[in-house]
Design a protein around this ligand. Structure first.
Ligand SMILES: [Zn+2]
Length: 394
């Protein structure tokens, strides 16, 4: 295949809007050159604005097939917690084949919406009875395969989940597909780290699920192990999404979730706190000063009635436009899919999550990935539809 040439009317290059940008794409589908203020020549003209590919920093892929099952008016006592019970019922039905089909379809949809990399917060590890699959990391492998089929970059975040409540309470029956011991989890992380080292479009992180699901001792143990493999690798955790979670954290430790993490987890730029909805001003400032990312999903937070992240205080005026831009893309994806838990933005106080060089890499991936998406658009769509319309039971 010969080099293809596109002329963008307006393109965002290194955070600057630039006119008449010539983009040359080589035979492999990667961007070979970008030239500003160029002549069109025989290039295909692209009207409007062109931006680099965006990272989606928080996905639970299997939840894509829940779309339409929970986003509806219900009893006034419905909440995040009743939504979670529905999710637990739903996930009992999923086989590895289902999960791979759903993830493949989802990742293609992300590509179509402009995301070129996804951080998969992966907690559905075991079979419906909670038993390990014969192949360790079976579902991780399915997600890796889905990302390859779709052509999207993947940051795989295997989740450590061990408890149902602060203080190390035993997990519930609905959580049995999530559960690991520390040694078992660390072996999974070691195996995946070795495997993904050979995948140029993939990276490994870890995700202690939340302070509800992980004790301080376990948190320290899994972070230390991961640091021994990758001292700069990403660490994601859900934090302070719900007021009840904050109240339970206060009852457990006398500290709010983000307050506790700031005091005990040595947060830095490796960390991403998902939602971080309910914070006092000291927590907002502490989180911003730590360099950690706040991972936001306005659609999820709206659907589940979580509340509002204090973006103006956290972001400060210099980057308010950045948070707005990520929110826009998230909205496009969510409205396309009607899914409650996809399409995430991120906010960092002093920098975006797409600094200039990674953005260029993302743009390179974007072209090739879209080719793959076009080829694979209908992969396993029938399986996904079957799941999406299945009744949930009670
Ligand atoms: Zn989540």
């Amino acid at each position: 295949m010969s080099v293809r040439r596109y002329l963008a009317e307006h393109a965002l290059i290194d955070s600057v809007w630039t006119r008449d940008v010539l983009i040359e794409v080589d035979a492999s589908g990667e961007i070979a050159s970008i030239t500003a203020n160029a002549e069109a020549g025989d290039a295909e003209r692209i009207a409007g604005c062109v931006v680099p590919g965006m990272p989606n920093l928080h996905s639970h892929a299997f939840q894509r097939a829940m779309a339409g099952l929970t986003e509806k008016g219900g009893p006034s006592h419905d909440s995040f917690w009743s939504w979670r019970e529905q999710m637990y019922v739903f996930l009992q039905r999923l086989t590895p084949d289902d999960i791979e089909a759903i993830a493949t379809r989802l990742y293609i949809e992300m590509l179509e919406a402009g995301y070129t990399t996804v951080a998969e917060f992966h907690y559905l590890h075991h079979d419906a009875k909670g038993a390990a699959y014969s192949q360790a990391g079976e579902i991780s492998q399915r997600l890796i395969a889905a990302a390859k089929t779709a052509g999207i970059g993947l940051t795989l975040l295997p989740v450590f989940y061990a408890h149902s409540q602060f203080g190390g309470e035993p997990p519930t029956a609905g959580q049995r597909r999530f559960i690991h011991g520390v040694d078992e989890f660390n072996r999974l992380v070691s195996d995946l780290h070795a495997q993904l080292a050979h995948e140029p479009m993939m990276r490994l992180g870890i995700a202690p699920h939340s302070l509800r699901a992980v004790t301080p001792h376990e948190l320290a143990a899994i972070v230390a192990h991961f640091e021994s493999l990758d001292a700069t690798g990403p660490i994601h955790i859900h934090a302070a999404e719900q007021r009840k979670e904050v109240d339970d954290s206060l009852s457990w430790s006398g500290k709010r979730p983000v307050e506790w993490l700031l005091e005990h987890a040595m947060l830095d730029s490796r960390w991403c706190l998902i939602h971080a909805t309910h914070m006092e001003i000291d927590e907002v400032n502490g989180l911003a000063a730590s360099g950690a990312v706040a991972g936001l999903c306005p659609s999820t937070e709206a659907d589940l009635g979580d509340g509002f992240f204090d973006a103006p205080e956290f972001s400060q005026p210099a980057v308010r436009s950045v948070s707005a831009a990520t929110a826009t893309s998230a909205s496009i994806l969510s409205s396309n899919c009607g899914c409650s838990n996809m399409g995430k933005g991120c906010v960092r106080r002093s920098a975006t999550c797409s600094p200039a060089k990674p953005a260029h890499r993302s743009a390179k991936r974007c072209i090739g990935a879209r080719q793959a998406a076009a080829r694979k658009r209908l992969v396993n769509a029938s399986a996904l539809c079957k799941m999406a319309i299945a009744p949930t039971g009670s």
